[in-house]
Design a protein around this ligand. Structure first.
Ligand SMILES: *[C@@H]1O[C@H](CO)[C@@H](O)[C@H](O)[C@H]1NC(C)=O
Ligand SMILES: *[C@@H]1O[C@H](CO)[C@@H](O)[C@H](O)[C@H]1NC(C)=O
Length: 426
């Protein structure tokens, strides 16, 4: 009697366990294919390539060496996972370029369904992600050591070099490898600045770009409201001297401290979260409405990804000067030696004949509406200017925003499709 009862109990347990197991496997699979990260702490510790692999997307790693010796890493998602996943089909190429202190991880960190790179791959594009010299993936040089104690030689570059040298090198490689003649370009923040540098200094590159989509475009910074950059601005020409004295040319790499902060202070239940958010959002602006706090550890595992002090100083010069010029070398004579003029030359925006679309928002502290308007007026071939239909949308929301797909990416994709269809008409 007792024995029989026990058996029934055991049998029931086994049946229940089995039911629970199949349910949890189903649940797990559902989670895995959903829009969201399956584990934010794991995602914080994986690099871009590992992340893409984890979410079962195809990935290729490409490295190129620039004419001045920087070794840059790009990642490519050649096709989709669930849709548009025939590897033998030729697709239009979209090249993605990250912003200041960021990396290609920006394009995938929010997970499938939310990360721009995944969405584009599902929509039928061959997706290439660039990395600027000096960040996590491109902190290498044939000769110079980024960690040299007594020399900042590796770090003597601003976004002028990123636009003038890195972008053309990476774009040429993407075109050659994919067998395409032209591509679409999407840049965020400094990824737009560097595009304007490339196409104004080397106008022949306009021919290689079918369309350019500028998310949070930054060229003029006369109305900048970013506290950190405003603080730097008056000292922009001295920053480098100070840096040379102390032997640092790098600014805020994604070091142990930041990763530690991410793990220890940025969990949902921990009271420090507002503080921890501010470290990052001090630079990019803060918007509670579009910010997914659960994702912070993952974001902080990848950003800040490192950049040179000159990149910040160059923006600082633009704020002080209210113009869009090449890097001020600090003295009239060194400007003369570099540029043949005492003042650094303006970037000639009228030379940019790529069809350009600007996507901006009302409350972006780094890409103020008035500065965006001026940029639009001066570009050689501005086609469209689109305000994100959410007033609070901020600088980082262009990639991390909870509703970035609905508010922004869908429109960008429609524009790319339209431009691609007409690509050979002009
Ligand atoms: C925020 O991110 C977490 C983890 O990826 C996800 O589960 C959650 O649904 C997201 N919240 C929103 C509002 O998108
Ligand atoms: C990313 O991870 C892969 C696999 O573990 C590794 O081979 C590669 O070197 C890593 N890349 C970087 C830039 O750390």
């Amino acid at each position: 009697m007792l024995r029989g009862g026990l058996l029934v109990v055991i049998a029931t347990c086994v049946a229940l366990t089995a039911a629970v197991e199949t349910d949890s496997i189903k649940e797990l699979l559902k989670k895995f294919d959903s829009r969201y990260s399956t584990n934010v702490f794991e995602d914080a510790s994986l690099n871009a390539t590992e992340l893409i692999t984890k979410y079962r997307y195809p990935v290729e790693v490409h490295t190129v060496t620039t004419e001045d010796g920087y070794i840059l890493e790009m990642q490519r998602i050649p096709h989709g996972r669930d849709a548009n996943n025939n590897p033998n089909q030729k697709r239009p190429v979209v090249f993605l370029m990250h912003g200041l202190l960021s990396s290609s991880a920006d394009m995938v960190i929010m997970g499938p369904g939310s990360g721009l790179a995944y969405i584009l791959a599902e929509e039928g594009f061959d997706v290439w992600m660039g990395n600027a010299r000096g960040n996590t993936y491109s902190r290498k040089h044939v000769r110079l050591n980024p960690d040299a104690l007594l020399s900042t030689a590796f770090w003597k570059f601003s976004w002028d070099e990123i636009g003038n040298i890195d972008l053309p090198t990476m774009i040429d490689h993407a075109l050659k490898t994919s067998g395409q003649e032209r591509l679409h370009y999407i840049g965020h923040s400094q990824g737009t600045t560097s595009f304007f540098v490339m196409t104004s200094l080397q106008p022949e590159y306009n021919k290689k770009i079918i369309s350019m989509h500028a998310l949070a475009p930054v060229a003029y910074m006369a109305h900048n409201r970013n506290p950190l950059l405003m603080f730097i601005s008056p000292h922009a020409n001295n920053i480098e001297n100070i840096a040379n004295l102390v032997g640092v040319g790098e600014f805020m790499t994604n070091n142990v401290i930041y990763s530690w902060a991410g793990q220890a202070m940025c969990r949902d239940e921990v009271v420090f979260q507002p503080i921890c958010s501010n470290i990052l959002f001090l630079i990019g602006g803060w918007n509670e409405q579009e910010h997914n706090a659960t994702m912070l550890p993952a974001i902080l595992g990848h950003t800040p990804a490192g950049s040179s002090l000159r990149q910040l100083a160059h923006y600082g010069q633009g704020i002080a000067d209210k113009e869009f010029r090449r890097y001020d070398q600090g003295s009239r004579m060194s400007n003369y030696r570099t540029y043949g003029s005492f003042k650094p030359p303006h970037y000639d925006l009228s030379k940019i004949t790529t069809p350009v679309f600007l996507h901006y928002s009302d409350s972006d502290p780094l890409a103020h509406v008035n500065d965006v308007d001026r940029l639009f007026r001066e570009l050689g071939r501005p086609i469209g200017k689109f305000r994100v239909p959410l007033a609070s949308f901020s600088h980082l929301d262009f990639l991390y925003g909870i509703n970035a797909k609905e508010l922004l990416f869908n429109r960008v994709i429609n524009l790319i499709r339209a431009m691609d269809a007409n690509a050979f008409d002009d």
